[in-house]
Ligand binder design. Structure first.
Ligand code: ATP
Length: 309
């Protein structure tokens, strides 16, 4: 069952910019989908089309309306400046028939209870962003669409918001969230859509994307004693072709870099049993690492699109 289907969306703005070109993907209920890509890649355009704020030039968005409403928060601030913090959230609650207790819960969750009586005009930028998020979260919805919700939030608040969105997805909602905070995305989202110059570059579960993008793992080994002859030369002869080995000059340790998909077990099996291991640690490349290494450049490369069917 799909809760959201984006089919062949293209958006040509009146200025002549083609912000999206033939973007298609579908997600199931319970998915937290992160939309990532460089500035101008088309994330906001996509989220605005999914929210119904703007129309695509061609293509369709289908949401499973039987499952309930869609709540969204745009990238640009959209609050009623003449209302207080509480009234801004209450307004959405009233329009959606949501009980008042939900307003209290959201104010508390977003740490807005202390400024709830203040007019929106007289609160900080981060607090304003929280009000926007509160307006999207106050009502129960089947689909939540949030454009860079953590922008301008302090790290603890950003973490809290992403974690809360993860919980909504775990409870069965579909959450679409654009973000440049790839560490938070890796911790909380289940799937990723990568846009590049308006085209879909990837749609995969996060960890599969990280593996398929060529992430590596570096295993550091410290031996109880310096390696005896014929080591370390002998290690090179048994090294699989895609592994890279570095040995310490004093022979007391080594580092071996392997594809993340290889896992630790083959590395342990490769270590000669006569070398006694004293300490072992592994450093895995993160989503942020592979993104910076492979996708941060603005010039598109003719790589294949990574989409799971
Ligand atoms: N209203 C508009 N009219 C004309 N062009 C626009 C409009 N909104 C966005 N664009 C252009 O469309 C492209 C995609 O913009 P969009 O805002 O969707 O990117 P984004 O990935 O959200 O970027 P960012 O990370 O900077 O928020 C950009 O080239 C942008 O300049």
């Amino acid at each position: 069952m799909r809760s959201l289907t984006v089919d062949q969306i293209t958006k040509l703005y009146r200025t002549g910019t083609e912000a999206l070109s033939g973007v298609s993907f579908a997600v199931e209920p319970g998915t937290m989908l992160a939309v990532v890509g460089h500035n101008g890649a088309g994330k906001s355009t996509l989220l605005n089309i999914v929210s119904g704020l703007i129309r695509p030039t061609s293509g369709t968005v289908t949401t499973d309306a039987r499952r309930g409403r869609l709540m969204w928060t745009p990238q640009r601030t959209m609050v009623d400046w003449s209302l207080t913090v509480r009234q801004n959230i209450e307004l959405v609650a009233r329009l959606t028939g949501t009980p008042g207790s939900s307003v209290d819960r959201v104010l508390e969750l977003l740490d807005l209870d202390k400024v709830q009586s203040r007019q929106a005009e007289y609160i900080s930028g981060g607090q304003l962003q929280r009000v926007q998020i509160g307006r999207a979260l106050v009502a129960e919805a089947a689909v939540y669409v949030l454009d860079e919700p953590t922008a301008g939030l302090d790290p603890a608040a950003g973490e809290l918001v992403m974690e809360h969105l993860r919980e909504r997805a775990a409870a069965g909602a579909t959450v679409l969230v654009s973000s440049h905070d790839l560490d938070a995305v890796e911790r909380t989202a289940s799937e990723l859509v990568l846009l590049d110059e308006g085209r879909l570059r990837a749609h995969l579960p996060i960890q599969e994307f990280v593996r398929r993008a060529g992430a590596t793992m570096k295993v550091n080994v410290v031996f109880a004693e310096p390696m005896p002859e014929p080591y370390p030369d002998r290690l090179d002869t048994a090294l699989p072709p895609e592994w890279t080995l570095q040995t310490d000059a004093d022979r007391t340790g080594l580092s071996v870099q392997v594809p993340l998909a290889t896992g630790l077990r083959p590395v342990l099996a490769w270590l000669p049993p006569e070398l006694q291991v004293q300490d072992l640690s592994a450093e895995k490349q993160s989503l942020r690492d592979v993104y910076l290494a492979r996708y941060a450049e603005r010039t598109p490369t003719p790589e294949s699109v990574m989409v799971q069917q």
